[in-house]
Design a binder for this molecule. Structure first.
Ligand code: TRP
Length: 335
């Protein structure tokens, strides 16, 4: 039986948060055991922030966290995007089958350009690079957070368009899978907004590498509500703060929210938070211990990337050649 193909990617920028773990990475861990997975550190995407000269260091940081979380580089294909030049080759071809209007409609682009009139074109074209990442591997399912849905819809449109134009199944039309039933992890002080690694107020965010002291402070100060007597129940509309904590708790312990509601039925918010802090500390401590061990072995990390590169390169080369052939443009010598 041919295994389904999964693709996902993460940018090597900023510090990973508990939201990344629950929103996407938990699914990476799950699917590595089931399907043929391509997990990419999307460093070319990070060039949109040209001022960011820390990409190289961040690549090793992110790779170490992924491994510390339990990603197994022998089971799945973990690789660096810039190691596989076919992503860029296909990217250019896809550019020529994408309408500018489609790119101007992307909400991420629209919000970026609102605050920056001198935005570089990378921000406009970046969804096409993402499409190239996905389509190059004949991906069946893309694992994403909900902020990327629009980009996957674009990928579907581009691939359908090309298939139609060439009357040939040149690409697979990918579907997406959201983690956690699509439910987002929210900011601690403003639980109506999504938790974001780029939040200027660091007290809104739980980072995977946060110290115990910081975590304790942030959770103790997180917004709940003033219901009296207090109720630890999941009610996103009336109790977004408590619901958010329950959502995180349920995900790190792998127990249902229903069970948690029963467990904490007569608890005060303070006591609930204390147990929450204890559990999250336990969860993160284990990851952080592994992280330090792994991050200190940079030579080994380099080897892991090389191992991934060699495995993935074979697919990428073969697939790219096949795409050119099926589009009848194999006169292009892009090797
Ligand atoms: N754009 C994604 C992000 O910023 C990362 C990414 C790059 C990606 N290529 C991808 C995600 C392909 C899914 C599939 O989070």
């Amino acid at each position: 039986m041919i295994k389904k193909i999964i693709f996902s990617a993460i940018q090597p920028t900023g510090k990973l948060t508990i939201g990344h773990y629950i929103g996407v990475l938990k699914n990476w861990l799950k699917y590595q055991n089931i399907y043929e997975c391509f997990f990419c550190i999307a460093d070319l995407h990070s060039w949109t922030n040209v001022v960011n000269n820390k990409i190289k260091k961040n690549i090793y940081d992110i790779l170490s966290i992924l491994l510390a979380l339990g990603l197994n580089y022998k089971k799945c294909n973990i690789f660096l995007q810039s190691d596989i030049v076919e992503h860029l080759k296909l990217y250019w071809l896809l550019n020529c089958y994408t309408y500018t209007g489609e790119l101007f409609r992307m909400t991420q682009f629209k919000s970026k350009i609102k605050n920056n009139k001198n935005l570089n074109c990378g921000w406009l074209n970046y969804p096409i690079l993402m499409s190239s990442d996905i389509l190059l591997y004949y991906t069946n399912y893309v694992l994403i957070g909900d902020d990327q849905i629009q980009h996957i819809e674009l990928t579907k449109n581009i691939s359908k368009r090309i298939n139609y134009l060439y009357k040939n199944n040149i690409f697979n039309i990918p579907k997406y899978i959201l983690s956690n039933n699509g439910s987002k992890i929210m900011s601690l002080l403003n639980p109506n907004l999504k938790m974001s690694k780029s939040d200027i107020n660091k007290n809104n965010v739980i980072y995977l590498l946060d110290s115990y002291k910081n975590i304790k402070f942030k959770i103790n100060n997180s917004i709940t509500d003033s219901q009296y007597p207090p109720k630890i129940i999941f009610d996103k509309i009336n109790k977004p703060g408590i619901s958010n904590l329950l959502n995180i708790f349920s995900n790190i312990k792998n127990v249902s929210i229903n069970i948690l509601e029963k467990k904490f039925i007569n608890f005060s918010y303070k006591n609930f938070k204390n147990i929450f802090i204890y559990e999250i500390k336990k969860f993160l401590k284990d990851i952080q211990k592994k992280y330090i061990l792994i991050r200190n072995k940079e030579k080994k990390l380099k080897k892991i990337l090389l191992y991934g590169k060699l495995k993935v390169k074979k697919y990428a080369k073969k697939n790219f050649f096949k795409i050119l052939y099926n589009m009848n443009i194999n006169y292009l010598n892009l090797s």
